[in-house]
Design a protein around this ligand. Structure first.
Ligand SMILES: *[C@@H]1O[C@H](CO)[C@@H](O)[C@H](O)[C@H]1NC(C)=O
Ligand SMILES: *[C@@H]1O[C@H](CO)[C@@H](O)[C@H](O)[C@H]1NC(C)=O
Ligand SMILES: *[C@@H]1O[C@H](CO)[C@@H](O)[C@H](O)[C@H]1NC(C)=O
Ligand SMILES: *[C@@H]1O[C@H](CO)[C@@H](O)[C@H](O)[C@H]1NC(C)=O
Ligand SMILES: *[C@@H]1O[C@H](CO)[C@@H](O)[C@H](O)[C@H]1NC(C)=O
Ligand SMILES: *[C@@H]1O[C@H](CO)[C@@H](O)[C@H](O)[C@H]1NC(C)=O
Ligand SMILES: *[C@@H]1O[C@H](CO)[C@@H](O)[C@H](O)[C@H]1NC(C)=O
Ligand SMILES: *[C@@H]1O[C@H](CO)[C@@H](O)[C@H](O)[C@H]1NC(C)=O
Ligand SMILES: *[C@@H]1O[C@H](CO)[C@@H](O)[C@H](O)[C@H]1NC(C)=O
Length: 506
């Protein structure tokens, strides 16, 4: 009796602690697709993750080599049940138990498996109707198997859905799921609600933009400032949408609401931008990929909500670590990766950590942070003043008489200052945001004797030891305090897990 009571109290503590990770706010993880011709060995992949201080990954299967390599790294893992395994699991409790016993139970707790993603966009991409009908039964069987293995508090279950499930995402307030799937979606949402799991959404503004065929401006897809005339306003709620990503996430919230479900949070399990496309895919390029992904990471790390859910920050899994050249489809489909197989970044992204000073950072050669030509002049002036003032950019070169001075050209002046700030501070967490007036580009703005930091061959002013201050006004939010909060939570978790073991096995 006493023991049972103690046990249930401890379970309650454990429950509170695991939900406590939300206190640390939203996070950025990365997807690891494997359709890559020279996929590095698991240990090398994990060493790339550790170098980049990436703390969350999503696998599309339950590859044992990866699960072993991820053990004792603290990296939190989403494992996947591939679409072609859903049918048998959904038809048999014992198959589900086998799956858990093979792919989950042997690895936890050393490998921090936090979620099982059952299928990927299975309702919209998988032709086997028998499998889609047993999607939710498969999730229920897996859940029962977790319960039997006493893992149900550590591991949650969900199923990533495509935006294709929501045929019209704008205006978000009137969005609904494709009604052909209502009965499956109702079962799915009931399952998520009961188990406290998130709704997994693959939100790809790249496709929203390219398939919108001109309906949406590119800036709207890329988190760039919009002209007043092209701002997107939801006529029913009067909410202003400054970017397509927010509209997609809100469309998912409203679609759940239209089936009378609330209180299920949205986790974005795939979002990114291809850095290369074919002749007919001009928007798949490195500048756009860099712009999209750096803003996406920034918005996840600063804990922003969406217009309709301003208090719910959105965690995201960036798509993806390596490009998957073996995938079928157009050139753009094979070029979503942000690292080459040897671990070299194709373009620099900051996953929200403070890098230890390595005095000569050459990572930023060929990348420039410039003012956005669409930003309004008041905002640019503010950004310029900040960069040259509190931001400590070296603004000597834009003083009258100096090589980069251009009278009355605020964009040129701000570009120089932004770029100098960015190159000094990027390795320590400095960002290229400046109140949304800046963007990254690979086009070198240097001209004549006006040389921008980052020009290949120039002695870059990059200095990682000096620029550790990233302002809360323009920086990516307080990443270090988030990190320490996370650490606190995981310490509590470890203690709680130990107590839990004591209770269960005494
Ligand atoms: C789907 O189920 C039906 C009825 O059980 C069966 O006849 C059919 O072969 C199945 N199709 C596939 C693709 O498994
Ligand atoms: C809704 O889903 C059904 C079944 O997959 C599909 O045939 C139909 O085209 C979809 N409708 C829309 C508007 O996407
Ligand atoms: C949602 O709830 C409202 C009010 O109770 C009801 O009228 C409506 O039919 C419900 N919708 C669904 C899809 O269950
Ligand atoms: C968070 O980031 C988004 C996107 O970069 C930006 O629009 C928003 O203003 C930022 N919010 C805060 C509180 O910094
Ligand atoms: C969001 O949080 C603030 C401060 O905690 C609170 O005042 C506000 O009511 C919340 N808004 C919503 C929509 O929950
Ligand atoms: C890593 O791979 C990239 C792309 O294939 C290549 O450009 C780069 O030189 C390689 N770096 C090293 C250190 O081998
Ligand atoms: C920095 O650059 C100098 C000279 O270019 C080189 O000798 C030194 O090894 C480099 N240090 C690091 C940490 O890369
Ligand atoms: C600032 O930039 C100028 C050139 O524009 C350079 O001569 C000077 O040394 C730089 N100052 C610092 C502190 O880096
Ligand atoms: C780099 O930082 C060091 C230490 O703060 C400083 O002495 C040096 O002048 C800086 N170099 C440049 C080019 O800004």
């Amino acid at each position: 009796m006493l023991l049972a009571e103690w046990k249930s109290n401890m379970l309650l503590i454990l429950l509170l602690c695991s939900s406590g990770s939300d206190l640390a706010g939203s996070y950025v993880g990365i997807n690891i697709g494997t359709q890559t011709s020279n996929l590095p060995p698991a240990a090398d992949i994990v060493s790339i993750l550790r170098t980049q201080q990436i703390k969350h990954v999503r696998l599309f299967d339950a590859d044992h080599r990866m699960l072993h390599a991820l053990a004792n790294t603290g990296i939190e893992v989403v494992v996947g049940v591939p679409n072609d395994q859903v049918l048998q699991i959904g038809n048999s409790q014992s198959q589900a138990a086998d799956w858990i016993n093979k792919n989950v139970a042997p690895f936890v707790p050393a490998t921090r498996i936090a979620y099982i993603a059952v299928g990927d966009e299975i309702l919209t991409t998988f032709s086997n109707a028998n499998a889609t009908q047993v999607l939710v039964p498969a999730m229920q069987f897996l859940h029962s198997a977790l319960l039997a293995a006493n893992l149900n508090f550590q591991v949650k279950i969900s199923s990533p859905q495509s935006m294709d499930m929501i045929p019209k995402h704008f205006p978000p307030s009137t969005a609904t799921f494709n009604s052909s799937w209502n009965s499956v979606m109702e079962q799915l949402l009931r399952f998520l609600k009961t188990t406290g799991a998130s709704f997994m959404l693959n939100a790809q503004p790249y496709y929203g933009y390219t398939e919108g065929e001109g309906v949406f401006p590119l800036e709207y897809a890329l988190f760039q400032p919009l002209k007043q005339s092209s701002q997107m306003v939801d006529p029913d709620t009067d909410l202003h949408y400054l970017n397509m990503f927010d509209a997609m996430v809100d469309a998912a919230y409203y679609s759940m609401q239209s089936l009378n479900f609330s209180g299920i949070s949205v986790m974005v399990t795939s979002s990114g931008w291809p850095s290369l496309g074919g002749a007919t895919e001009p928007d798949a390029n490195i500048d756009n990929a860099l712009a999209y992904n750096s803003m996406l990471i920034g918005r996840a790390l600063n804990g922003s909500g969406t217009p309709s859910r301003s208090n719910s920050s959105v965690s995201i899994y960036l798509h993806e670590l390596f490009s998957e050249d073996l995938l079928p489809g157009p050139v753009s489909a094979k070029n979503w990766g942000v690292f080459a197989s040897n671990g070299t970044a194709l373009y620099p992204l900051n996953f929200g950590h403070l890098v230890k000073s390595s005095s000569n950072s050459t990572g930023l050669v060929g990348i420039f942070c410039v003012a956005n030509s669409r930003a309004n002049s008041d905002d640019l002036k503010k950004g310029l003043d900040w960069a040259c003032g509190p931001g400590s950019a070296n603004c000597t070169a834009i003083q009258p008489g100096q090589p980069c001075y251009q009278a009355n050209n605020l964009e040129a002046l701000a570009s120089y200052a932004y770029n100098d700030y960015y190159h000094r501070t990027q390795a320590n967490g400095g960002t290229c945001i400046f109140g949304n007036t800046a963007m990254v580009t690979t086009t070198d703005p240097s001209h004549g004797s006006c040389i921008f930091a980052g020009r290949s061959g120039s002695s870059s002013s990059s200095n990682t030891s000096g620029g550790s201050t990233t302002s809360s006004a323009f920086g990516p939010g307080d990443a270090s305090s988030q990190a320490s909060k996370l650490q606190e939570v995981s310490t509590i978790l470890i203690v709680a897990t130990l107590l839990h073991f004591l209770v269960v096995y005494m």
